[in-house]
Design a protein around this ligand. Structure first.
Ligand SMILES: [Zn+2]
Length: 107
């Protein structure tokens, strides 16, 4: 099993990068990711609502596209900050960008 570099779904077959399709975000590897980066594909997928792609497969009960993306791709970037922080994550009104904010923890 391997993880999708676009959406963070963790149950992909190991050969998915040979033109396999992620059931979560619908990325076809070797096709969709030839012209767009994984991050660009991720933002595009979330901007369209982050829906589960493969309707023939039931998503895991714990599946949460935004929470999974934040935990997998954005929280690690904050790990080097030494003071305590909380994070805020939102998709903007125009659904064109995803923003992460680092906010001081209220004491
Ligand atoms: Zn995916």
């Amino acid at each position: 099993m391997t993880m999708c570099p676009v959406c963070g779904y963790r149950c992909l077959p190991d050969d998915v990068f040979d033109h396999g399709i992620c059931p979560s975000c619908g990325t076809e590897f070797g096709y969709d990711d030839v012209t767009l980066t994984h991050e660009a594909l991720r933002l595009e997928w979330l901007a369209k609502g982050g829906e589960w792609f493969d309707k023939s497969i039931t998503p895991p009960s714990s599946w949460d596209p935004v929470a999974d993306v934040v935990a997998t791709f954005y929280k690690p970037r904050l790990a080097s900050i030494s003071r305590p922080v909380r994070t805020e994550f939102r998709v903007d009104k125009m659904m064109t960008d995803v923003e992460t904010k680092v906010l001081p923890v209220a004491s």
